[in-house]
Design a protein around this ligand. Structure first.
Ligand code: FAD
Length: 393
């Protein structure tokens, strides 16, 4: 979405962008999986909010406004899986899982403490108490980026939560008919944008005032503007030869991998109550996200986001156990591997350095390692990067 939204803004300004995608499909983390009859579920990102104004600008720009669908009632229900027992929760009842005495001892002082310079573990432990944090809050927070979030900054770039103005004319929590990959597919098909899939880039070099992009097949493309919308570790590798300082800064940003497995099962087979997601206390997976907010009469689908290093058999067995089904009940099984950034304190300074090095360049960097992980953060960064480049032309 970062690369495609950059291309969309460039195309809207009359440029002719070429999108080079390494995989055999566009979309990256927007990864809606579809069955032959049109049933779909999300193996990657699943939820957008009416505070996603930059994303909505693209959705409307590609003519998908009437494909926005509200997420239904199940969005408000989730479960905590602890010691083999399923604890059904909602936004209020989750608070009751905190030890009340510990909470009361900490909350007032904790909320007054500054988030500046604090880690997620440090600040939130201060608010709810250390034990409440590790027992209840940490599993839910870590479920968001599928990794331990203790060291994430509590505020600013790389932090988990942001307040953004909401658009009143759009439902609060939504997806798109057909899944979020509907948006990336539509952007890729926008007139004026040329998209090539299975075209991994190997290197970006400087040639005078322009850039030369070398692809894995050995071919080269010259361009006056280049935007890299890949994980920071990949951007560092691509820029190493001619931009060593920039590559050095990018390489400081840690990454964490997640292996996701999605399954589709007949509705009557699954014992699990309808819910938006499930978070385990200490398990092989970080979270499982369902399609229940958009219920289907005959099927349910679940995307489990696993820790790395497990065999496929182990992952499938755990999914079957949690859902209370046999592996032979899986009608469809899909897999993906994702690399997500792991920001730490000082991430804001790294970003300032990166932006300083980009100043005056017609090289853009965008992605989920700038403002934050959310789709909206990505699109906002891309819009900003396009504005910076356009201002130089
Ligand atoms: C499981 C999961 C659930 C999420 N849920 C939500 C959610 O509900 N709401 C939300 O707002 N956000 C969510 N997010 C976060 C959000 O989806 C991502 O942060 C965002 O989509 C990242 O977009 P991106 O374009 O920056 O990166 P990516 O989507 O990772 O795209 C990078 C692209 O670059 C390509 N690429 C990499 N290297 C090369 C190369 N050398 N040459 C060419 N191409 C290359 C990749 O193939 C990929 O297509 C979720 C993320 C995950 C993983």
């Amino acid at each position: 979405m970062s690369g495609l939204s950059f291309a969309w803004h460039a195309a809207r300004s009359g440029r002719k962008p070429l999108v080079l995608e390494g995989a055999d499909r566009v979309g990256g983390c927007l990864d809606s999986r579809r069955a032959a009859d049109g049933y779909w579920y999300e193996l990657g990102a699943h939820t957008c909010y009416n505070s996603y104004s930059a994303f909505l600008e693209v959705v409307e720009g590609v003519g998908l406004r009437d494909r926005i669908v509200a997420r239904g009632d199940a969005r408000k229900r989730f479960a905590f899986l602890r010691d083999g027992a399923l604890d059904m929760l909602g936004p209020i009842s989750v608070l009751l899982r905190f030890d009340r005495r510990e909470l009361l001892r900490n909350v007032l002082r904790g909320l007054r403490a500054s988030k500046q310079g604090a880690t997620t573990c440090g600040w939130y432990s201060g608010v709810v108490g250390k034990r409440n944090y590790s027992r209840v809050l940490a599993p839910f927070l870590s479920a968001v980026p599928s990794q331990n979030v203790d060291g994430f900054p509590a505020t600013g770039p790389g932090s988990l939560f942001k307040k953004r103005p909401r658009r009143k004319d759009v439902v609060k929590s939504f997806t798109l008919d057909g899944g979020l990959a509907t948006v990336t597919a539509a952007v890729a098909a926008t007139p004026g944008i040329e998209t090539r899939t299975s075209a991994p880039v190997k290197e970006v070099r400087r040639i005078g005032p322009a850039y030369r992009v070398r692809l894995a097949d050995g071919s080269e493309i010259e361009a006056p503007v280049v935007a890299l919308a890949v994980p920071p570790s990949m951007a560092a590798a691509l820029l190493r030869s001619d931009f060593p300082d920039l590559a050095g800064e990018l390489a400081r940003i840690g990454m964490a991998a997640t292996e996701s497995v999605g399954v589709v099962v007949r509705r009557e087979k699954v014992k699990l109550p309808e819910m938006a997601f499930l978070v385990p206390a200490d398990d092989l997976f970080w979270s499982a996200v369902t399609r229940d907010p958009l219920p289907d009469p005959s099927r349910r689908a679940f995307a489990f986001h696993f820790r790395t290093g497990l065999t496929d058999e182990k992952r499938r067995a755990r999914i079957a156990e949690v859902l209370g089904v046999a592996q032979s009940d899986f009608e469809q099984v899909d897999r993906r591997m994702t690399l997500l950034p792991s920001p730490v304190l000082g991430h804001d300074r790294t970003l300032v350095e990166i932006d300083r090095m980009l100043d005056g360049e017609r090289l853009a960097l965008t992605g989920n390692y700038f403002e934050g992980l959310a789709i909206e953060d990505c699109v906002q960064r891309s819009r900003g990067e396009w504005a910076r480049i356009a201002a130089q032309s």
